[in-house]
Design a protein around this ligand. Sequence first.
Ligand SMILES: NC(=O)c1ccc[n+]([C@@H]2O[C@H](COP(=O)([O-])OP(=O)(O)OC[C@H]3O[C@@H](n4cnc5c(N)ncnc54)[C@H](O)[C@@H]3O)[C@@H](O)[C@H]2O)c1
Ligand SMILES: O=P(O)(O)OC[C@H]1O[C@H](O[C@H]2[C@H](O)[C@@H](O)[C@@H](O)O[C@@H]2CO)[C@H](O)[C@@H](O)[C@@H]1O
Ligand SMILES: [Mn+2]
Length: 455
Amino acid sequence: MLKPPFILSIAGGGSTYTPGIVKSLMVRLEDFPLAEIRLYDIDVARQSTIAPVVEKVIRDHSQSIKFTVTSDPEAAFSGAHFVFAQMRVGQYKMREQDEKIPLRHGVVGQETCGPGGLAYGLRTILPMVELIDLVERYADKRAWIVNYSNPAAIVAEGVRRLRPDARVLNICDMPVAAMRNMGAILGVDRHKLEVDYFGLNHFGWFTRVLVDGEDRLPQLREHIARFGLLTEDAAQTDPQHSDPSWVKTWRNIKPLMDHFPEYLPNPYLQYYLMPNEIVEHQDPNYTRANEVMNGREKKLFAAALEYQRTGVLPDAFHVGVHGAFIVDVACSLAFDLRQRHLVIVENKGAIANLPYDAMVEVPAYITANGPEPVRMGAVPLFHQTLLMQQLASEQLLVEATIEGSYEKALQAFTLNRTVPTMQHAKAILDEMIAANREYWPALQKAWENGRAIKK
Ligand SMILES: NC(=O)c1ccc[n+]([C@@H]2O[C@H](COP(=O)([O-])OP(=O)(O)OC[C@H]3O[C@@H](n4cnc5c(N)ncnc54)[C@H](O)[C@@H]3O)[C@@H](O)[C@H]2O)c1
Ligand SMILES: O=P(O)(O)OC[C@H]1O[C@H](O[C@H]2[C@H](O)[C@@H](O)[C@@H](O)O[C@@H]2CO)[C@H](O)[C@@H](O)[C@@H]1O
Ligand SMILES: [Mn+2]
């Protein structure tokens, strides 16, 4: 087992989440002792703006932890024990394109779902593999990469195909955020909940919500039938979730469950099951990327400048489930705690009627050797069919990336439930290829070489 104190590297050090994650680490130093924190990013300017804020967060808790900020992979990963990955390949500029291009065609414009998520996947798979190779070259051979980089479902499938033996655990905070709201509704801390859940990342369902052995899903159904999965103090538990788009998202659990009350859906299912309503409420000129750039990002950068000017750090970042969850997972990996968490793992029979090698999201016991998934059994035909279609779309996208295949990319887009016709798929994909010229050279070439289907 790895011996503390640990060297932890954060890849995507310039992320808006870095100060919050580091704060979460600082309040858990007894559980997860640290010798050094390293920030690694390819955007030197962005990372160096955020670094002083991160250093202040560290120094408020520890004078001894070494702090390194670098864009040199060797300096970032040499001897590291843990790497937290949170890269946004293409940054918010490309997220905006991912959201706005589909919307121009009347299709959902979203960071990780539908064509936007597929485009983000095409950009991220190869940089993720590059990160794995760098970590394998320089870090401790037992090092774990705990990955938040989205789109996590596609990244996980890409990594399974290209680096099957890598010590990477892909995670998502959405189920944990849902459990936080469930806990608030039930009047219990989220850590008291034991849930059963099956699906793919951003595409799954809670089937049981146990508190002291009793299933409280019936009580949650009653609340959701009136308010969705929204609590009155949502704004206090997570300031970002007072943004209009998040309030709407939590409210939409109501229509989803009004139609299919058996299981409690992941909020992201709104994009697949009610895409028309989503598009109707989206402003094609002001999407979530704009909300984030004018909200979370602006606030953090303003705080960084204010700190530089005055030496006083304004309260500009939120320490919520996002940071707490990754630290929980890392503790369980480090000390073989075998805690039960929802993570993204190779199926291997956990969902009996999905392919053995699908990357699924289910509860797993997190050991020092990685996750041991819990068997969720066979899922109903309705859910199995939705899952198979989504899985096929994501797997074709991964194949498109690996092979540089325009046809497979078009199949991936066409198969996605958010896309009504092959003509929509082609129009959106072609605009996205133009917008992603610098990120998808192989696809661009395939397209230019006339392998693209003529209009
Ligand atoms: N899995 C989850 O549930 C979850 C939750 C929240 C955020 N996220 C993800 O976390 C990431 C960060 O989100 P954010 O909103 O803070 O984005 P951000 O743009 O603020 O930060 C991402 C950073 O990654 C850097 N980066 C891009 N490509 C890189 C590369 N190849 N190597 C190293 N660094 C690179 C960027 O320069 C940027 O500084 C995104 O991928 C987002 O989707 C995932
Ligand atoms: O639109 P963004 O950038 O604000 O968020 C997109 C991410 O949304 C989910 O993460 C939430 C999380 O659920 C919540 O509890 C809190 O920590 O904020 C996060 C960001 O809003 C989702 O799981 C991620 O995959 C998305 O990237
Ligand atoms: Mn997520």
